[in-house]
Design a protein around this ligand. Sequence first.
Ligand code: URP
Ligand code: ZN
Ligand code: ZN
Ligand code: ZN
Length: 516
Amino acid sequence: APARVLRPLLLLILCSTLVLQSHGGGIIIKGGTVVSADSSHLADVLIEDGLVQAVGLSLKGDSSTRIIDAKGKLVMPGGIDPHTHLDAPMMNSISSDDFFSGQGAALAGGTTMVIDFALPVDGDIAKGFKRYQEVTKRSVMDYGLHMAVTTWNEKVSSDMQKLTKQGINSFKFFLAYKGAMAVTDEQLLNGLRRAKELGALPMIHCENAEALIDAQQRTFDAGFTGPEGHYISRPAVLEDEGTARALYLAQYVNTPIYIVHVMSKGAASLIADAKLRGQRVIGETIASGIAAVEGKIWDPDFKEAAKYVMSPPIRSPEHQEGLKAAVAGGVLDIVATDHCPWNSTQKRAGIHDFRAIPNGVNGIEERMHITWDTLVKPGVITPSDFVRITSTNVAKAFNLYPKKGVIAAGSDADIIIMDPTAKHTISASTHHSRIDTNIYEGREITGQVEMTISQGNVVWEKGELNVKEGAGRFIKLPTGGELFDGLAEQDAAAIAKAFPYGVPGQPVKRDLREAG
Ligand code: URP
Ligand code: ZN
Ligand code: ZN
Ligand code: ZN
């Protein structure tokens, strides 16, 4: 708790020193409305040396300062997307955006940091981390990594600790994908305990792996071999079951958890229930979950239908309305993307069997616009809420706040300028991802990110990207933090009450000779 007060204070002191030492060459964003997670106000923003130096009225630079006019525009923290799969080896292929193309697309859409899911190599998370240290060298903006845990043994357990010392503070568990990445309940329990011990946040893909195999076979045998078979074989009840199981096992272990890509309204309700029980849960939905692209998986054209194949599937309007309400009501904390792009040639691997279609949709470039257009424009949430769910809450969940997730003196200068009234149309012909399709093709959006500033540099302006390969920095994410504060006290109290698995006092001594 003291860190909450001290950190901003330190930043303030740091900032005033830096302003005194100003040597020009910076940027002033003038006259815009600066939006944070709790308020909006007219202010200028002075940027220098990659940091926000000051936020206030009538800020002045020198002759070398670039002045950017932001009258009538919104000045917001850059988006942080905590759910991407760049350069990801999955389903016998590698996702089509690497850390160069994917992050370029992100910047063009107003996202200035991703936390990507590093995958193990043959279950080995240390080897997996090494691979990602290589492939992330192409990065053009700040990034962090989560690590997926897909099996359980002594080495995984000790490597988890090693990785936390190298900047990983979250581990992902898949309850789905039997035969590939799925963990059993026993492996999950081990993983949850270990993550808790390390102060690392467990993230869970919630679907019942066993039932999915059953449903897929029955769907295929019934003749639904195309992309719609994917949708049919992943009913909401299997997501709800996985979500309930993950939440209850997290309660049993008493660890905070993060539920990724919530796609069913039932799963959102379960998260609400868990929060009411006092559990520390972070709920994430994704742009495709709320953006009304449902139904297209039934398109007679395989190429068109296959591009919507992702897990859990994009669900009916009823679910999407439930998810939007859950975001508005604070049950779901984050809108991410699960950007996992596959070319139509890659999707063709499943032309005769939906089970072989690589799972995943685009979104890294579209998330900010889709979220704005879907939730802010119709008045469901406010611009402050928008900042909260696309940036601030992510920064807080992964111990990045207030370095990221807010425009304040001392924070990283990752900033977007948005014209809330400008219109544009999404298309694969103009997007920056490498894939040849876009699930939002033809969608007209109100609101446009006109400028993106990353690490204090203008990298997206007038429709042009200006990025440098290798400029991206690996941001080490520290373990612990507020999500873990007080757990030891809670555990001690639970043991005293013999709940859920406590040992109060001593076992009862019984004379068993007579009992036999
Ligand atoms: O279909 C999806 N979501 N692909 C990416 C992997 C995952 O499950 O997040
Ligand atoms: Zn300076
Ligand atoms: Zn997943
Ligand atoms: Zn994912």
